[in-house]
Design a protein around this ligand. Sequence first.
Ligand code: ATP
Length: 360
Amino acid sequence: MDAYIEFRNVVKKFDDFVALDHVSLQIPKGAFVTLLGPSGCGKTTLMRQLAGFSEPEEGDVLVDGKRMNGLPPFKRNTPLVFQEYALFPHMTVYENISYGLKLKKAPKEEKDRKVAEMLEMFNLQGLDGRFPKQLSGGQQQRVAFARALVMGQEILLLDEPLSNLDAKLRVEVRTELRQIQQKFTRYVTHDQDEALSMSDIIAVMRRGRIEQIGSPWEIYFRPATRFVADFVGTVNFLEGTAHREADGSLSVDHRGMRLRVDEDTDLQGGEPVTLVVRPEGISLMGLEETVPEGTALRGTIENYSFLGRMIRYWVRVGEEVFVIDDANVDLTGARTGDVQLRLDTRKLHVLKGGGADAAG
Ligand code: ATP
């Protein structure tokens, strides 16, 4: 992978507090990267090192092979869009978008042409004469993107830029961003749903470190640690002991059951493990239905929530409660009573170890 943006062993401290703890990250050109993690884990701090609003105590920040350390923000070509999109209220959309070009003393033809390109790209045609307060939240946000990108930068940093929008608008702007994303390198911090739906690469951060880097699919189905599994989406954990069958295949002993697992690992057998399974990796079946050996648990439905396209069930198995999303919705109502929980063996992911420290 050719890195376009690169962090090398970046350390940032605030007095004794280590906000970034030797962060290394490589981002290829054109990738849409999302930093994901709990509040305070260092996402904004990492972006500020790249944009030039803050300097690391150790390590390097590189763009296209050039070291950025020490350069002021305006020499870095890495505009940062915040959640408060902070348009100039007394300026029209045209004036807002062309502001950077005006500072550069660009000729009028160039301003007209570039603003027109941005209006088209962000679906804002015809709104160039309006003032921010005459625009919807989503439109204002798109003007902020246009203003950040009009100078032709190849990197755009977004710090939770959609968090002020209501749910429906978020989905709309998200889809548009995804469509135009191919044209630029972007680099984003955001919430989980957004991360999964928009990113090429997700970097999950925890306490100033990067816990896992991967595609949305890897992060969701093959989380490296229990923390990542738990942070991204809803998840069920089954703790047990690894077991190697005579034919070499892997299974996991969980509370007296031997469960089959498809995933290939280097586990010998006998080690404590944690199985990770998402709510859609389990389906519900009646007690009378036959399932292959080692693929189902028995439980009792405790609760459900009808969501239209699916039903979310909470099913008790011994002392644990599993969350299951059943897309096979009956027209008349939800299941009740005792059921089998059929595990999709392909979607079981094995972490080594038990408890909070389980890791891949
Ligand atoms: P959020 O999701 O809440 O925005 P974040 O992951 O972006 O969180 P940062 O803003 O990067 O978190 O902050 C990381 C840690 O560094 C936090 O504990 C924060 O309190 C601390 N921190 C950030 N800026 C400063 C500062 N200027 N002085 C002291 N501590 C700071």
